[in-house]
Design a binder for this molecule. Structure first.
Ligand SMILES: C[S@@+](CC[C@H](N)C(=O)[O-])C[C@H]1O[C@@H](n2cnc3c(N)ncnc32)[C@H](O)[C@@H]1O
Length: 352
């Protein structure tokens, strides 16, 4: 099989690298052991020489480990690399051998399917009545097979675990008449969403929330510059810091490059990730949601983090300050504060 890096792969890598640069230190600082799971690991290197996801995950973790050595020297970083294809698996093993890996890094590599490997891991944990340590699972198949929803649900049942899934929407749509995808979605209802724009990703996210009790999901669509959809990436977490960092990773993913990244969480409101984003949807959403109410800056920031694709840095100076200047909102600041939106600031929004 040729292993050329495709455009879409680069887009995926950019986001994942951005996110892991934040996830590794945040999680390692506060936990004795953390796990990076690469469920469809690949051969470790592309034909053009670019690193595959397991290799750059190791490199990013190592760079962070060395930078914060004093704080991290007693921590354990576990890497679970799962690759079903034997040729790819061997190639990956050779790539790993070339790296100089700290002794605190433990690598568990498995030449089996994602489903079987995860079931084995769960069975060991269940027998020991133990939890999976805080984990980030990157689930990156070629197609639509081999990712039962039950496995994703089980990962998300452990504390501090997250998943980042490459949801191959086009594969499901193409094969809707010949394949049953109920296992992927954990429901037979997927068929009702195939023809709705953004429907399958919306349904997957709803399944995560309703069936797997996930608190926060965010999905992103990657298109090429010809505007053809390539895939949707779905992120699920129960942690607000993770959510914040994943959104930042998306916004950082080179908006001037060959791809268009769009927030897909709400199919009715597609927001493009750009260097100079259009913040009109954020302004409108705040005016609608808080109409006639007084809200603290903290409440507004929490709302924006959870319910919108926008970042904290989009709120105070870029959205609220212009609204105040135009007299649309009234701002009441804590004693001694005359401008800005420091903690304790309250904002009165006009009624609709
Ligand atoms: C899209 S590639 C992974 C690329 C890799 N994550 C990266 O970014 O460098 C998918 C890989 O999954 C492997 N694979 C296919 N079916 C699998 C399964 N059921 N379980 C685990 N690996 C599988 C393929 O051999 C292939 O190497």
């Amino acid at each position: 099989m040729s292993w050329e890096i495709k455009e879409h792969t680069k887009a995926k890598h950019t986001i994942l690298k951005n996110y892991l640069g934040a996830w590794f230190p945040i999680m390692a600082f506060s936990n004795p052991k953390i796990i990076y799971i690469d469920g469809f690991a690949g051969p470790g290197r592309y034909l053009n020489g670019e690193d595959g996801s397991p290799i750059y995950a190791l490199k990013i973790a190592k760079e962070i480990f060395e930078r914060f050595y004093q704080r991290l020297k007693d921590k354990t970083f576990v890497f679970v690399f799962i690759e079903a294809d034997t040729e790819h698996y061997e190639s990956l093993m050779n790539e790993i051998k070339c790296l100089d890996i700290p002794e605190q890094f433990k690598i568990l590599s498995v030449n089996k399917s994602f489903e079987d490997s995860m079931k084995e891991i769960f069975s060991v944990l269940d027998d020991a009545n133990a939890n999976l340590a805080p984990s980030f699972a990157f689930i990156d198949p070629f197609g639509t097979k081999g990712i039962p929803f039950e496995i994703v649900k089980k990962i998300m049942s452990y504390p501090k675990c997250e998943v980042f899934i490459n949801h191959m929407v086009s594969g499901v749509t193409r094969s809707q008449y010949v394949s049953d995808h109920s296992s992927l979605y954990g429901s037979t209802q997927w068929i009702n969403y195939v023809d709705k724009p953004g429907g399958l990703t919306y349904f997957y996210s709803e399944q995560l929330k309703n069936e797997a009790n996930v608190l926060y999901t965010r999905s992103f669509e990657v298109r090429n510059r010809k505007n053809a959809p390539i895939f949707d990436l779905i992120y699920a977490t129960n942690n607000l810091k993770g959510l914040e960092k994943m959104k930042e990773a998306m916004w950082k993913a080179d908006p001037s490059g060959n791809f268009v990244f769009r927030d897909k969480t709400n199919p009715n409101q597609l927001v493009l990730f750009e260097l100079e984003p259009d913040l009109t949807p954020l302004k409108n959403q705040l005016l609608r949601n808080f109409a006639g109410k007084t809200a603290s800056i903290e409440e507004i920031e929490r709302y924006v983090l959870i319910e919108t694709p926008f970042l904290k840095s989009h709120i105070r100076q870029k959205t609220l300050a212009p609204l105040e200047k135009r007299g649309v909102i009234r701002v009441s600041r804590p004693n001694g504060s005359r401008k800005g939106f420091i903690e304790g600031t309250k904002i009165l929004f006009p009624a609709l």
